[in-house]
Design a protein around this ligand. Structure first.
Ligand code: BG6
Length: 447
């Protein structure tokens, strides 16, 4: 058996995810030095001619053209099938040569139905499953889904996709932390006051009510993406970046992570009202106001280990905010003693690792211009180049190379649900007020 995937089958080929993210990601991979030949098969319920499917692939590949991409688009095939039907799935698998990756670009409930059907069928040797987030809808369903999948395939053939693990700016934290003597020894409770992981977006709902109104900011962003970012920011240095070492280190720190309080008091939630040109969230098409879906969420977590005991990790993400701010901010403690005679402004040192734009800033206090005994804030700034691949390209590269390093391991997916469960429970009971903020603002007053 080869150690590469020969055929990529996308279930849900007509969906938004396929055309907006997956195919462009594949195209970025094919145009890169890591691109190699593959059979591409699109599968969906609706009727679509081969010509129309190939046109769709070609259009999605247009932003990063390559001769490999052109060939693959021209030879790709579309199969009409019901992914919950055993005979249809058997026909799809039979028509797909070599080692197969089955990408479930489907709503979670349909993915579960398709997996349940597949669990009763003989599967081709070496097949890999790629599953999109959200992985389950709570801890219980994630556990059940894991059990179902792990009965069918070994863990290294299961790729739980989270595109934040494919972001070069997120992976950049590994280099910053572990290749620099000046940071890693300071990443610990005696030196760090707090760590904030913020992902504020100016984007609003963007016609995604069908999914988002049932998820909300906590599940959409914090339960998945930001907890993985936390794992990379807080984990112990792994011996290597192979799948076992990296994912083991991430799982270990997440196991030690929990909400600071269990009654909801270390969480906040809010929903945007009308502001600027944006309507109130509850006036968006498809939104059911009675669901009380939050569009801004914040949780304060603790990590119970020697390195981080007592240091708050504050994770926040929201939509329709005035400013896009997407960064990990490590705020260092004050110096133990400032020599008398040094005067002027005072502020803590901060390391800001920005996810978008790709940049790194170190906020320092230094002797400023003019009076050499007067302190002034100064910023050491570095722009980081873009990764060769976009986030989906990176994730797909891992799948096609049969390397699960950048996919979410089963236990990690469960830990992420466990960590946010107290907030979800408190919010369901209305134990935490749902605040409001005008769209385009910086959030509710006092946040
Ligand atoms: C997705 C969320 O997973 O990530 C979106 O569902 C969010 O709500 C997006 O906007 C953010 O990631 P990126 O890479 O598009 O900035």
């Amino acid at each position: 058996m080869t150690d590469r995937i020969d055929t990529l089958i996308i279930l849900g080929a007509n969906g938004d995810l396929t055309s907006r993210l997956l195919l462009p990601g594949l195209s970025s991979l094919l145009a890169s030095t890591r691109g190699s030949s593959i059979n591409l098969v699109g599968v969906d319920r609706g009727e679509l001619s081969q010509t129309d499917w190939r046109a769709k692939v070609t259009q999605a590949f247009a932003a990063t053209p390559s001769s490999l991409g052109t060939t693959i688009a021209k030879e790709s095939r579309y199969l009409q099938a019901d992914v919950t039907s055993e005979s249809d799935l058997a026909a799809v698998l039979a028509a797909s040569p070599g080692r197969i990756a089955l990408y479930f670009a489907l709503p979670p409930a349909v993915t579960i139905m398709a997996c349940t059907t597949l669990s009763t069928m003989p599967l081709p040797k070496g097949i890999a499953f790629a599953l999109e987030k959200p992985f389950g809808t709570d801890l219980r369903s994630a556990k059940l889904l894991n059990r179902l999948l792990q009965r069918m395939l070994p863990e290294e053939q299961l790729f739980r996709v989270d595109h934040f693990l494919g972001k070069s700016t997120v992976l950049n934290m590994l280099g910053v932390r572990f290749a620099n003597r000046i940071f890693e020894p300071l990443f610990s409770a005696p030196h760090v006051e707090k760590v904030e992981i913020v992902f504020d977006e100016t984007l609003a709902l963007e016609n995604r009510a069908g999914y988002y109104d049932r998820a909300g900011a906590l599940v959409d962003m914090i339960q998945s993406h930001l907890l993985l970012v936390l794992a990379l920011a807080a984990m112990e240095p792994p011996a290597s970046l192979d799948a076992d070492d990296l994912r083991g280190a991430m799982a270990q720190v997440l196991r030690a992570t929990s909400m600071k309080t269990k009654n909801g008091s270390s969480s906040r939630r809010a929903r945007y009202g009308a502001g600027g040109t944006l309507p109130a969230y509850t006036d968006e098409a498809g939104v059911d106001a009675s669901r009380d879906t939050e569009t801004l969420a914040e949780v304060t977590l603790q990590i119970a280990n020697w390195r981080w005991a007592g240091v708050p990790f504050i994770l926040r993400s929201g939509k329709a905010l005035g400013e896009s701010r997407q960064e990990v901010i490590v705020t260092f403690r004050d110096v133990p003693h400032l020599p008398g005679g040094l005067t002027g402004a005072s502020a803590p040192s901060r390391l800001r690792m920005s996810m978008k734009p790709a940049a790194l800033d170190l906020d320092l206090m230094i002797n400023g211009e003019g009076d050499p005994f007067t302190l002034e804030p100064s910023i050491l700034h570095a722009d980081l180049g873009a990764g060769e691949l976009n986030a989906y390209g990176e994730v797909l590269a891992g799948i096609l190379e049969c390397d699960p390093t950048l996919s979410v391991r089963g236990d990690v997916a469960e830990e992420c649900w466990r960590i946010v469960a107290p907030a979800l429970a408190a919010w369901r009971k209305n134990a935490v007020e749902l605040e409001e903020y005008p769209a385009g603002s910086s959030g509710p007053t006092g946040w």
